[in-house]
Design a protein around this ligand. Structure first.
Ligand code: ADP
Ligand code: GLC
Length: 484
């Protein structure tokens, strides 16, 4: 099969979160299974420099808007791990400081930017290779199925091509004013309640859900959750309506980049058979946070995250003072919403011996935390899949998580009696429940042999991409069969 992926992020070119990790790994795994995969994404500022010998694949595509045209170049980024990369070059829209916005605000023309991405992918595919199906990701690529089934309906080469949409996060939908319909040259009849219209806004993700042949999301539990009011962000009835075509496929992780036995970014290597190196990683991490004096018996709790409401940091705010009374130190790496950045920075200032914070995005430090912390904390309000808790399992750093979405699916509660389980979970949104789970983890940490078993249980879990890739292929085959 030839599969065209379209997305707004992909490592190593552009990343704000796990979406980029998935795009960097799933296509390559599919090629291993014998499929041909092409990835399209925007040519953001800085991407060209990351390409080895970029070429122009298409010098100019005309993308019309109401009253004007934009002209797009398609850059051939060549093959990486067998995957063909193409970049949509439209400097007026993509050569900017941020991917989605700058200084806390979204770009006002994001509808135009990602509307253009959708049409550029369709037009470029017609020249560079019509796929057997499109696999599009999140709201930024969600207009592809909308165009396919409306303004491209009579296109002889595209009309039978199915589309699969993966929802990585239903909290981000791409909401724009109604006039977007006209601006993006879509027929007004898509702007109805059962299609793209949502409380008088033009909703990219809703369009993707309506017009895709199948929808996937990134864990089985999240596939159920988004059909409820608490997690659907207003689209729960749409997800319910498509329940028969909605699949939860748990993400894999890049087991080469995230492997404590070979990771070039950490102080010492270790594996289930030789765990000693983890102590050196812990010392190195504490040193990086200028907390060298922490005794070995005090657990080091790590956080690596976007600082967004989704991630549950308001729970930590609620119990900040109690947390500082616990026998533990907390090391934070994150960036995002300014009020969380401020909260953590102030907390670290107030309790310098207990809490240390690095505000920013730092891949090396992220690896050091996964390896050097004793416990990983991820109290997300909702978590479609979550990759960091999986990394922490692989690094022998048992996670404390809220039992939701992918966190529920990837972490099993530790049972000291049977010595089974991989981490600590809490239910509900009460901060006291988080505190209790964290206390359970800190107490378990004191029993060294049991703790080691807990670490080994997590390290023994399989989180590669082979299984998920096969599940995607099954979905692809089904949608292709249905349209042929
Ligand atoms: P989300 O995509 O919702 O942010 P995930 O857990 O799926 O959550 O993926 C987050 C990814 O981003 C992981 O690869 C993680 O290591 C990385 N990450 C998040 N914040 C930072 C940061 N401040 N510095 C380095 N890496 C980060
Ligand atoms: C989103 C989700 C995260 C998931 C990632 C990759 O960013 O918030 O839970 O792991 O996408 O699918």
């Amino acid at each position: 099969m030839h599969i065209v992926f379209a997305a707004s992020e992909c490592v190593p070119f552009a990343k704000t979160g796990g979406l980029a990790d998935v795009l960097g790994a799933l296509p390559a795994e599919l090629t291993q299974l014998g499929h041909r995969v092409t990835v399209y994404m925007p040519l953001y500022r800085g991407v060209l420099e990351k390409l080895i010998r970029p070429k122009t694949a298409i010098a100019s595509l005309t993308i019309p808007f109401a009253y004007y045209n934009r002209f797009v170049r398609i850059v051939d980024g060549g093959l990486r791990d067998g995957v063909q990369f193409y970049f949509v070059d439209c400097p007026e829209l993509f050569d900017r400081e941020g991917f989605y916005g700058a200084r806390g605000g979204d770009y006002p023309d994001n509808a135009e930017r990602f509307g253009l991405l959708a049409r550029a992918v369709l037009e470029a595919s017609k020249q560079l290779g019509v796929p057997d199906l499109f696999h599009v990701h999140d709201w930024q690529a969600a207009l592809i199925p909308v165009y396919l089934r409306t303004t491209y309906y009579f296109d002889p080469v595209l009309r039978k091509v199915p589309c699969v949409l993966t929802v990585h996060n239903a909290g981000y939908q791409g909401w724009f004013p109604p006039k977007t319909t006209e601006q993006l040259l879509l027929p007004w009849d898509v702007f109805t309640m059962d299609k793209l219209e949502h409380f008088d806004t033009f909703n990219f993700l809703k369009g993707g859900i309506v017009y895709s042949d199948a929808i996937t999301t990134v864990s089985p539990t999240y596939a159920k959750e988004i059909q409820t009011e608490e997690f659907g962000f207003g689209l729960e009835s749409m997800f319910q309506h498509r329940a028969a075509d909605l699949h939860g496929i748990l993400n894999g992780v890049d087991t080469t980049a995230w492997n404590p036995a070979t990771d070039a970014l950490i102080a010492a290597h270790y594996s289930p058979r030789r765990l000693e190196g983890k102590q050196a990683c812990r010392r190195d991490l504490l040193h990086a946070y200028a907390l060298d004096a922490v005794p070995e018996t005090t657990p080091v709790v790590g956080i690596v995250s976007r600082l967004a409401t989704q991630k549950g940091f308001d729970l930590i705010m609620d119990i900040a003072d109690e947390l500082t009374q616990e026998e533990m130190v907390l090391l934070v790496l994150g960036s995002g919403e300014p009020h969380y950045e401020k909260f953590f920075a102030e907390l670290a200032e107030k309790y310098p011996a207990k809490i240390a914070v690095h505000i920013g995005y730092d891949n090396v430090l992220a690896h050091k935390i996964e390896a050097g912390a004793d416990i990983f904390l991820m109290p997300s309000r909702y978590e479609p899949c979550g990759l960091n808790q999986i990394y922490s399992l692989r690094y022998g750093t048992p996670p404390v998580v809220r039992a939701t979405g992918g966190l529920e699916d990837t972490v099993q509660e530790w049972d000291a009696q049977t010595r089974t389980g991989t981490g600590f979970k809490f239910v509900g949104l009460e901060a006291s429940h988080l505190l209790t789970a964290l206390r359970r983890a800190c107490a378990a940490f004191q029993d060294k042999p049991a703790w080691q078993q807990l670490q080994l249980n997590g390290m023994a879990q399989e989180f590669g991409w082979r299984q998920p890739a096969k599940q995607y292929v099954a979905v692809y085959e089904e949608v292709v069969r249905r349209r042929s």
